[in-house]
Design a protein around this ligand. Structure first.
Ligand SMILES: Cc1cc2nc3c(=O)[nH]c(=O)nc-3n(C[C@H](O)[C@H](O)[C@H](O)COP(=O)(O)OP(=O)(O)OC[C@H]3O[C@@H](n4cnc5c(N)ncnc54)[C@H](O)[C@@H]3O)c2cc1C
Length: 468
C-alpha cells in the first residue's frame, strides 16, 4: 500500500545497497507537478493502491491563472470526491457571453443548459490557488506522498534500471528518486518535452496575456452573475471572470505585435488596454480598482509535443500541449488526460493484457481534445466566427452540438461530432461573406506570427506567469 503524508527531504535520501539485485524503486509512480493534471492522476493511482510520490516546486496555495472551468470538469471532480468542496469555493457559471465592438454590436449568451446532453448545465469559476490546493490535498489524503518546494531538474530512463528523477529543494539539497513509471505533469514548464526536444510551437497562433484582479466590477444580472464574459477588441480579446469573493479576474489576450509596444508596467498597460477596449466592458469597470495595483503578464504561445508517451513515461495536461485560454478548456483537458492516463498506467503496472489499448485510448482522447478546441481557437478572432457566434441559429441542432463541445463534451460520441461538420460548413460559408476582412486578418496573423517567432515581445514564451 502507498505511504501517506509528508516526509522531510533529507530523511528520504536513498541508501545504496550491496545487494546484486537492482534496488527496489522508491515508488511505483513519480509525478512531477501538483497542478490539476498531476493531482488528478496521482489521486486516481494512489486510490488504486500504488505507491505514488508527487514533487511540486511551489508551495500550495500558490497563484495560477485559469479560473474558469467547464461543465464536463464536474464529473471528474465528483469522481475525485471533491465536487462539494469546489462548489463551496466556486461561483456557479451557467454559460458564457461574447461581445464584439468590431462589425457587430450586442452580445450573445451561450447557456450550457442548451447543450445536447442537458445533464451538465453549469460549471464553476474558481480562484486557482484554492482549487489547486484542494485537489493536491485530496490526492495526499488518498495516499500520494506530496513533497512541495522540490523542483525536478533532470530525468533519466536507463535501459536496465528504473527511471530516475533528480531534484533540488529550497535549501539547495539534491536528491534522486527512482520509480517504475514517470508522469510529467509540469504544465507549461514542459519538463519532458524540453528534455527530449519534442516541443513544437504553433506557428499560426501566437498571443500573450496581461491580467489582474479587480474589485467593484459590475456582474451580469441574476442567475448569470457567474458567466464569463468575452469581449473582442482591435488587438485581441478580453476575459472577465467573476469570483466568489466579489472580485473579477480581467485579462487581455493580445497579438504579440501589440504587447511588443509595452514600455510601462503590466498594471499600467492592462489599464491602458482596457481604456481602448470594449465600451460595455469599460462601463462595467467604471468603478473598478486593481487589487494591490498588481498585474501579471504571460506568453501563451501554443505548442504541442510530438508525442505524449514514451519508454515508462507519459505527459499529461499542459506538459503535453497548451493551445489557448479562450474557451477555458485547459483545466478540463488536463484533468481528463489525467483520468485516461491513470487507467493506462494502472494497466501497465499490473501487466494487464489490455495495456497497449489503454495507452492508445489515452493518446487518442488527449489528441482529440487538443484538436477540437484548436479548431475553434484558431478561428476565434476571424470575422466568420464572430458573425456565427453572435448570430447563432440551431438548424439540425448544430448550436446545441457546438455548446456541448465548448462545455468540454469532446470525448464521448453523443451526436456532437457529426453536427460539428455542419458547423464547419456554416463557418466557411460565413467566411466567404466576409472574404475581404478574413483576408486582412490572415495577413495580420502571418505578420504577427513573424514578429512572435523572431522575438521582440515582452512576455515571450514565459514558462509560468511572471509578476509585474
Ligand atoms: C492567460 C491564461 C488564461 C487561462 N485561463 C484558463 C481558464 O479560464 N480556464 C482553464 O481551464 N484554463 C485556463 N488556462 C490554462 C490552464 O491554466 C492550464 O491549462 C492548466 O493549469 C493546466 O494544468 P496542468 O496541471 O497541466 O499544469 P499547471 O496547472 O501549470 O501545473 C503544473 C505544476 O507543475 C509544477 N512544476 C513545474 N515544473 C516543475 C518541476 N520541474 N518540478 C516540480 N514541479 C514543477 C508547477 O509549479 C505547477 O504547480 C489559462 C492559461 C493562461 C496562460
Amino acid at each position: 500500500m502507498p505511504s501517506n503524508g509528508q516526509s522531510t527531504f533529507n530523511a528520504m535520501t536513498t541508501s545504496s545497497t550491496p545487494n546484486t539485485q537492482p534496488p527496489a524503486p522508491d515508488c511505483d509512480v513519480l509525478v512531477v507537478g501538483g497542478g490539476p493534471a498531476g493531482s488528478t492522476i496521482s489521486a486516481l493511482l494512489a486510490e488504486k493502491g500504488w505507491k505514488v510520490t508527487l514533487l511540486e516546486k511551489e508551495h500550495h496555495p500558490r497563484f495560477h491563472i485559469g479560473e474558469s472551468l467547464l461543465p464536463l470538469n464536474l464529473p471528474i471532480l465528483q469522481r475525485l470526491g471533491v465536487l462539494d468542496q469546489v462548489a463551496a469555493i466556486g461561483m456557479k457559471k451557467p454559460g458564457a457571453d461574447f461581445s464584439s465592438n468590431l462589425e457587430v454590436s450586442g452580445h450573445h449568451r451561450f447557456d450550457f443548459s442548451f447543450a445536447l446532453d442537458k445533464n451538465h448545465p453549469y460549471a464553476y469559476e474558481v480562484r486557482r490557488s484554492e482549487f489547486d490546493n484542494l485537489l493536491l490535498r485530496n490526492s495526499a489524503a488518498k495516499g500520494t506522498q506530496v513533497l512541495e518546494g522540490v523542483r525536478v531538474t533532470g530525468v533519466e530512463f536507463p535501459q536496465d534500471a528504473h527511471p530516475v528523477a533528480h531534484a533540488v529543494d529550497e535549501q539547495g539539497n539534491t536528491r534522486s528518486w527512482t520509480c517504475r513509471y514517470f508522469i510529467d505533469a509540469s504544465g507549461r514548464d514542459t519538463l519532458l518535452a524540453r528534455h527530449f526536444n519534442l516541443k513544437q510551437k504553433n506557428r499560426h497562433h501566437a498571443s500573450a496575456a496581461i491580467f489582474g484582479h479587480f474589485l467593484n466590477v459590475e456582474r451580469r444580472e441574476g442567475e448569470y452573475a457567474g458567466n464569463i464574459s468575452v469581449y473582442w477588441f482591435e488587438h485581441g480579446w478580453f476575459w472577465m471572470i467573476p469570483l466568489k469573493d466579489g472580485s473579477m479576474s480581467v485579462g487581455a489576450v493580445c497579438r504579440p505585435e501589440y504587447l511588443k509596444l509595452r514600455r510601462n508596467s503590466p498594471a499600467e498597460y492592462l489599464l491602458q488596454t482596457i481604456a481602448i477596449g470594449h465600451p460595455e466592458m469599460q462601463h462595467r469597470m467604471r468603478n473598478a480598482q486593481l487589487v494591490n495595483s498588481e498585474a501579471r503578464a504571460t506568453g501563451n504561445y501554443s505548442y504541442t509535443s510530438s508525442r505524449m508517451r514514451g519508454d515508462r513515461h507519459i505527459m499529461v495536461g499542459d506538459a503535453y500541449a497548451f493551445v489557448d485560454p479562450v474557451f477555458s478548456s485547459g483545466v478540463m483537458m488536463g484533468m481528463s488526460s489525467g483520468v485516461f492516463g491513470a487507467d493506462a498506467v494502472d494497466a501497465w503496472l499490473r501487466g494487464a493484457p489490455d495495456t497497449e489499448a489503454k495507452f492508445a485510448h489515452f493518446e487518442k482522447m488527449a489528441d482529440r481534445g487538443v484538436k477540437t478546441f484548436s479548431w475553434f481557437i484558431w478561428r476565434f478572432n476571424s470575422p466568420g466566427m464572430r458573425s456565427l457566434m453572435l448570430h447563432p441559429g440551431n438548424p439540425f441542432r448544430v448550436q446545441e452540438a457546438v455548446i456541448s463541445m465548448l462545455a468540454g463534451d469532446v470525448f464521448r460520441d453523443i451526436g456532437a461530432r457529426s453536427r460539428f461538420w455542419l458547423f464547419k460548413f456554416f463557418y466557411y460559408m460565413f467566411s466567404l461573406q466576409h472574404l475581404k476582412s478574413s483576408y486582412v486578418l490572415w495577413r495580420k496573423r502571418v505578420r504577427n506570427t513573424r514578429v512572435a517567432f523572431t522575438g521582440g515581445t515582452q512576455p515571450v514564451d514565459a514558462a509560468q506567469e511572471g509578476q509585474a
